[in-house]
Design a protein around this ligand. Structure first.
Ligand code: 26V
Length: 812
């Protein structure tokens, strides 16, 4: 444990400030003060970090490596202080020096190296692994530019580069001595030596992968795990000497630029796959560097390479790091002289894979020609894996060529990465019960039949340390004062809060806390959007990526309908609401961008209309990111989880809202189903088309949105207002949304669910009217949210997939 008190901290802080800034604290800017604090905290962590690594090396327990193209960490200072157990000491000591800790925390740039759910899940998992004392580390890419910053200009999204490293990053340590070389292009020479085939990769281009390590501090347990992010640099010998010195500057610069491009940007598409060469390069770059460094580490600590599968587990976060499979095979076979069968057995034992989406357009399929040119040796290995797999299939499904073709890894000129991931792993999991069932019976049915034991479910979770204790400290305090603090180490103990659900005093405190959080958010909204919102209104929140399947459109149509109704009948008896939206669209996803514009246009019109603006307001908060979510979620009354059933694999913001005492309005999709099972139908509002109806429509047809609309004046009025000039003088402005719903038959059943959603919203109003009932629902939601802590999820991964033991205590 760290032994510091207020006085030692003050002294350390003063010294650190002077050492890095060469001036007194009083002369420093707030940002200088943040930098000094971050740097001091990193020093505090450094010794624990070294000790943790020493222990890991000595005790020989299995190490887990979580490979992911994305880690959406957000800010690190607050969470690190909390986990070190020194946040209060620091706060008080800084207060004594006239420095406000909260203010400094807000100056930290979000580390936004992810698109959304998948990247944030990876970050919560790192927090849980460290807090459960599991030797588990992250491996990814240190993108120079993270997920773009979103500006709203003239009601529409404009993307601005996220130059998050411009002021440096106190949390990372560059480890130049641990750099590895990654090889691209070239050819493979095959020789036959002493009866063995030898594969000689020649004429390749070399790229230097340089690791930057970030400490991941466990909750008050002295554990510091590592997130290793790789940055691409030109090899100095290739750059400086062979080209530059010969005067070939242009070529030298081209080489430098092409190398640096590899870790320059995070691809901002989410759930939409494009076969971009640079993305394939990124994938091999970090996977190869990561695996080389793991193998180097174990070989230098005298581990027998033939037993590597007992020492490590590698988890691949979606198919993006699937090249880990052929890369491990390459190193085992070409560099370690291990035969195919043994290499394959170990690879299979080491790798496990999580699927995060069933959306067909997100599935990665690399064109063979591109792949072969960039990664010639890796391609040969994939071909061999495919050949052997198809032979196996042929034994089981004799001459059933359709089936064999369907399941093969290479087909029609493409490499199917999900197939490679399934064949090369010992475990495939979905991220919520419904999602896993859909994988088993629909998308991956052939594979489930072939490898029934390989498939399993691991319902997602969230770090309750970040999403409750750190972002909603007042609620955490109420929990401590009612049920004690055991829930911090054992989040399912939150269930004890259920006893207080009807306690009037607790209900009053819950209401007060929400009110204070709403006031804070209202201030932020005023500062960012210039809109005054009523904190007595219900805060009705939908924040997530903007996507047709998440159905922000359904929410908009309902607001448009309500607006019409209120104009016609200003005394309509409704609960006043503030509709809050936030979310980014992929830059090339035009319909989603139009949805953002529609929300902003609605906001302009409604907020200005004095006939309605006492009852409803609409706010679109720009630049959705982790730190904004932390400000919005504790202030939400209603959580909108309204995706088309079957489409949202899990969702994780649904869990965050629940844990912060919001009531959910939801379809039975993703983890909403499990939330409903936990809290019961009385404490969540469910609506919408069922799983079977959706699957049936997709399979057999029979859905006709035009038909529904044409026979319904109310619906028709709302839909027509998209194109009749009500919301834009340019009648074509929202034509894409209209066409999607009407002309192209509403792929996501917005029209079908419209009335059912309106009914559900009416029910929400009724529930909200009864204050005590509402607070009881909030309390029950909080009490049942412990199961959605990522600690539970990670324990399931550790025991069910990785076979890893934690360092200090056994996993209960
Ligand atoms: C896919 C692709 C496709 C290729 C282009 C770039 C790119 C980037 C990200 C992705 C991942 C999309 C899948 C994803 O984020 N799924 C979300 O995962 C969450 C964590 O499991 C889950 O809660 C969400 O429901 C699911 O949509």
């Amino acid at each position: 444990m760290l032994h510091i008190n207020k006085e030692t901290f003050k002294k350390d802080y003063r010294e650190k400030f002077i050492a890095i800034h060469g001036k007194d604290i009083e002369e420093g800017t707030d940002y200088n003060k943040y930098e000094a604090l971050g740097s001091l905290v990193r020093d505090y962590v450094a010794k624990m970090w070294i000790d943790t690594n020493k222990k890991y090396n000595q005790n020989g327990k299995k190490q887990v490596y979580y490979f992911s193209m994305e880690f959406l960490l957000g800010r690190l200072l607050g969470n690190t202080l909390l986990n070190l157990g020194i946040r209060n000491i620091c706060k008080e000591a800084l207060d004594g020096m006239g420095i406000n800790l909260n203010k400094l925390e807000e100056l930290e740039e979000d580390q936004g190296l992810g698109n959304g759910g998948l990247g944030r899940l990876a970050a919560c998992f790192l927090d849980s692994m460290a807090s459960l004392s599991i030797p588990g580390h992250g491996c990814g890419i240190r993108y120079k530019y993270g997920f773009f910053n979103q500006k709203i200009i003239n009601d529409s999204q404009v993307e601005v580069p996220d130059n998050w490293l411009k002021n440096g990053n106190v949390w990372e340590i560059k480890k130049s001595d641990k750099a590895r070389v990654v090889k691209f292009g070239g050819e493979v020479k095959v020789d036959y030596i002493y009866g063995y085939l030898r594969f000689n990769h020649i004429n390749y281009e070399e790229v230097l992968a340089v690791p930057y390590d970030i400490p991941i501090v466990g909750y008050k347990n002295n554990v510091v795990n590592t997130l290793r992010l790789w940055s691409a640099e030109p090899l100095s010998n290739e750059f400086d000497f062979s080209l530059f010195n010969r005067g070939d500057f242009r070529k030298a610069m081209e080489y430098k630029d092409s190398v640096e491009a590899i870790s320059k940007i995070l691809y901002p598409d989410d759930s939409f796959y494009e076969g971009k060469l640079l993305r394939l390069k990124q994938q091999y770059f970090f996977v190869s560097a990561g695996i080389q460094s793991i193998i180097y580490h174990f070989k230098s600590s005298q581990v027998n390479i033939n037993e590597l599968d007992e020492k490590i587990a590698i988890h691949i976060n979606d198919t993006h790091p699937t090249l880990a499979i052929p890369e491990l095979m390459r190193i085992f076979i070409d560099e370690e002289d291990i035969g195919w069968d043994n290499a394959w057995r170990m690879t299979n034992n080491i790798i496990s894979y999580t699927n995060h989406t069933i959306m067909a357009e997100a599935l990665e399929r690399w064109p063979v020609d591109m792949f072969k040119t960039l990664l010639p040796r890796i391609f040969m290995i994939v071909e061999e894996i495919d050949k052997r797999f198809c032979e196996e299939l042929q034994n089981k499904y004799y001459n059933q060529w359709d089936k064999i073709k369907r399941m093969s890894i290479i087909n029609d000129g493409y490499i199917n990465m999900a197939h490679l991931a399934i064949v090369g792993s010992h475990s495939v999991n979905g991220v919520a019960k419904l999602h896993t069932e859909i994988l088993k019976k629909q998308n991956m049915a052939d594979f489930y039949y072939y490898y029934p034991n390989r498939f399993n479910n691991k319902t997602n979770g969230i770090s309750h340390r970040r999403w409750l204790i750190s972002s909603n400290p007042k609620l955490a305090l109420l929990l401590k004062s009612t049920i004690g603090d055991s829930f911090i180490a054992h989040p399912t103990d939150m269930i004890n809060f259920e006893k207080f659900a009807e306690d009037k005093n607790v209900q009053a405190q819950l209401e007060k806390i929400k009110f204070e959080n709403k006031r804070k958010l209202a201030d932020l909204i005023y500062r960012t959007n210039g809109i005054e919102v009523d904190i007595n209104s219900m805060f009705d929140v939908q924040i997530k990526r903007i996507h047709a399947y998440k159905r922000q459109t359904l929410n908009c149509l309902r607001i448009m309908d309500l607006y019409d109704e209120l104009v016609e009948n200003p005394s309509l008896d409704i609960i006043p609401r503030t509709f809050i939206f936030a979310g980014k669209s992929a830059p090339g996803y035009y319909m989603a961008k139009d949805m953002i514009t529609l929300i902003n246009v609605l906001a302009d019109k409604i907020n200005r209309d004095d006939r309605v603006n006492k009852k409803i307001k609409v706010v679109f908060m720009e630049n959705y990111r982790v730190s904004l979510a932390e400000a919005i979620i504790p202030a939400a009354d209603l959580s909108e989880q309204i995706s088309t059933t079957t489409k949202e694999a899990s969702g994780t913001s649904n869990m965050k809202f629940m844990m912060n005492g919001a009531v959910t309005i939801a379809t039975l999709d993703g983890a909403n189903v499990e939330i409903r099972d936990e809290v019961g139908n009385d404490n969540i509002v469910i609506f919408g088309i069922t799983e079977n109806e959706v699957l049936n429509y997709y399979k057999n047809g029979g859905y006709n949105s035009q038909q529904i609309i044409s026979g319904d004046t109310r619906l028709k009025r709302v839909i027509d207002s998209l194109i009749d000039g009500t919301y834009s003088k340019d009648k074509n402005r929202f034509k894409s949304i209209y066409d999607n719903l009407v002309t192209y038959n509403d792929e996501f059943f917005v029209i079908k669910d419209f009335y059912s959603y309106l009914e559900a919203q009416k029910k929400v109003d009724e529930l909200y009217k009864d204050k005590s009932k509402w607070q009881k629902m909030c309390a029950i939601n909080i009490a049942h949210s412990g199961i959605f802590s990522s600690d539970r999820t990670i324990k399931e991964y550790a025991t069910g997939i990785w076979g890893s033991k934690c360092l200090y205590k056994n996993l209960e």
